[in-house]
Design a protein around this ligand. Structure first.
Ligand code: HAS
Length: 568
């Protein structure tokens, strides 16, 4: 049997990669700082998740956490903010700094600007965390008014966003400098993909920036007495839906631009990869009303337009499914894989980084199908505000994204730290336990949603629940328990990796960068140019949001006072 006939065993695990520019020690440290904050946030936030899931089957551990965590909702806020907002944002910005430098083969053009952005994010994180921990910001990660938080929570989140903008400017300036020196050359995909995501983020976060600065911050400071919950929700979902693609696109950078190399193949189509990213830039934002199908203040026509646009954001994911699977198949067949689907076995399943990302993508197929269900107005009326919705987003942000980021960190952390991954076998088991735990958890949540169980509710406290819920509530707890074990394993692998001795440079994993099958130079120029796509994004946004925003702002109804005061 030749070496290519079988996947490598976990002891042979060694990520494959292209050479090129090696980041300097300070640059590696800078990226590593982002990852450090991200992983610490994930670990703390993730401890809260299983507590909620145990609560569902009546095992209430919250009283044991008093006085740190006083209620289910404080725990849920910590879970949502740390996992959905902080782990993701810090990992994404750090990873984008990495792909910008590695992809363009040069240092950041304005490193001080990026450092300033990073520390702004850190200060924002601390400001956000203090009121959550002191129970003065128990408003969940969507912070809808009239729930009111301390002003520090809103200001802190604003700083996290502003810091990520500043880092984004650093990435644009670096790309601009690279383009000046490389006229006529197509921008390397991994750098461009990350920077398109940063551009989309700058547009997307305008909604939440206006919401906080014009409404929530002055309100929490006592400068205005009331808010308009409907307008606040419109601003929030202007940002809230593209937020999910801000989470997803870095995983796509890896699936398109790195994973094919890890499986021994090439990127099937550079053009399709770029097309998918540009499509996300234009259609990610004007879909927010699909979160507001049941809001009385939004006319049906606008809900219909946004539902239609939501189906258009489905296409770049279908392009991704096609191109990534084709790239994987190309690699697997090169490794001796045969058969219509038999080639799947020839993928290097024992490489924990590859396995984590493949499992993440498989779960995403189901998360995507659930997303399309949500987007249908009629079906949404059945599942809105039920346990189905957390079922959906645990397959997407907590699987497609989080499990991919874990997989990426299995080569990235060793590369940055100059060490080897500690116990690839444990890392492999971690990826599989996440996969199994998430299937049990999410499936139970989806079913509970269809049976009418509400989301964001400590169901274990109900004195009566329909009998048919009971088995599923238990499955939620079992899934949550497996996920807890898995996240602890992830933490152990990361800590132990950082505690191993540094190894000689040639033993350190290098960066997997996939070459396209057909030279990127043959990709049309319009797939490498920001201008037409930014204009299209602005126009579509104006059409899809302009009239409704003008109407809602014009008829602003500041009628929700919220609680009298906040503790500080
Ligand atoms: Fe969603 C609610 C619609 C995608 C996250 N979503 C949420 C919430 C979150 C979230 C957090 O229309 C809750 C917000 C809250 O707290 O209220 N979502 C969609 C649609 C998509 C979608 C149409 N969502 C995501 C992603 C998320 C995310 C991605 C995070 C990262 N979502 C909704 C709607 C709601 C909603 C409504 C509101 C519900 C309500 O009423 O409250 C689409 O983008 C999905 C398209 C994706 C696909 C899957 C393509 C598959 C791929 C994998 C290929 C496989 C490979 C593996 C490569 C069609 C690309 C091969 C493996 C081998 C071994 C060969």
């Amino acid at each position: 049997m030749s070496v290519v006939d079988r996947p490598p065993s976990s002891s042979e695990y060694e990520p494959r990669f292209a050479g090129g520019y090696d980041l300097t020690r300070p640059e590696k440290r800078f990226v590593g700082q982002h990852l450090f904050v991200a992983i610490v946030a994930l670990m703390i936030g993730s401890l809260m998740g299983p507590l909620q899931s145990f609560q569902f089957s009546g095992v209430d551990l919250y009283p044991y956490l008093d006085p740190i965590i006083k209620s289910y909702y404080q725990g849920l806020t910590l879970h949502g903010v740390l996992n959905a907002l902080i782990w993701t944002t810090f990992f994404i910005v750090g990873f984008t700094a990495f792909t910008t430098m590695k992809g363009l083969g040069r240092s950041l053009s304005h490193p001080r600007l990026n450092q300033f952005g990073f520390w702004t994010m850190v200060v924002g994180l601390v400001m956000t965390a203090i009121p959550i921990l002191t129970n003065s910001a128990t408003v969940l990660y969507t912070f809808y008014p009239p729930l009111k938080a301390s002003w520090a929570f809103y200001l802190g989140l604003t700083l996290v966003v502003v810091g990520s903008w500043i880092e984004g400017w650093g990435f644009f300036l670096t790309l601009r400098a690279w383009r000046k020196d490389n006229r006529g050359v197509r921008s390397p995909f991994i750098a461009l993909g990350g920077i398109i995501n940063a551009a989309m983020w700058q547009i997307a976060t305008l909604g939440v920036a206006v919401e906080i600065l014009t409404m929530l911050l002055p309100w929490s400071l006592g400068l205005i007495d009331n808010t308009d919950p409907e307008l606040a929700r419109t601003y929030f979902w202007f940002t809230g839906h593209p937020l999910v693609y801000f989470w997803l696109l870095p995983a796509y950078v890896s699936w398109y631009g790195m994973l094919p190399k890890q499986v021994g193949g090439k990127l099937f189509s550079d053009s399709l990869a770029r097309l998918a990213f540009w499509m996300f830039l234009i259609v990610s934002v004007p879909v927010g009303f699909h979160h507001q199908f049941t809001d009385p203040g939004v006319p049906q026509t606008w809900k219909w337009i946004h539902a239609l646009l939501t189906y258009s954001v489905f296409f770049p994911s279908m392009i991704t499914a096609f191109t990534v699977i084709a790239s994987l198949e190309y690699g697997a067949r090169k490794n001796g894989g045969t058969g219509l689907i038999g080639w799947i076995r020839a993928l290097p399943w024992l490489d924990p980084s590859v396995a984590a990302q493949l499992l993440a993508a498989i779960l995403f197929m189901f998360g995507g199908i659930g997303g399309l269900t949500n987007a249908s107005y009629s079906l949404n009326l059945v599942i809105h505000n039920t346990a189905w919705v957390p079922g959906h987003f645990h397959l997407t942000v907590a699987s497609a994204v989080t499990l991919s980021f874990m997989g990426i960190s299995y080569w990235l952390v060793p590369y940055l730290s100059g060490r080897q991954l500690w116990s690839p076998k444990t890392a492999l088991v971690q990826a599989w336990t996440w996969f199994v735990g998430m299937i049990i958890f999410s499936n139970a949540m989806h079913v509970l949603g269809l049976l009418g169980a509400p989301r964001r509710t400590p169901l274990g406290d109900a004195t009566y629940v329909p009998e048919e819920w009971n088995g599923h509530l238990l499955r939620v707890s079992i899934g949550g328990g497996i996920l807890l074990v898995s996240v602890i394993m992830y933490g152990v692998v990361m800590v132990k990796t950082m505690r191993t001795e540094r190894v000689a440079a040639e033993l350190v994993p290098t960066v997997p960068i996939a070459e396209p099958i057909r030279s990127a130079q043959l990709t049309p120029v319009w797939l490498d140019t920001f201008k037409p796509w930014l204009i299209a994004a602005a126009l579509l946004l104006l059409i899809a949001y302009g009239p409704q925003l003008v109407d809602q702002i014009w008829n602003m109804n500041l009628n929700a006072p919220g609680p009298d005061s906040t503790p500080w």
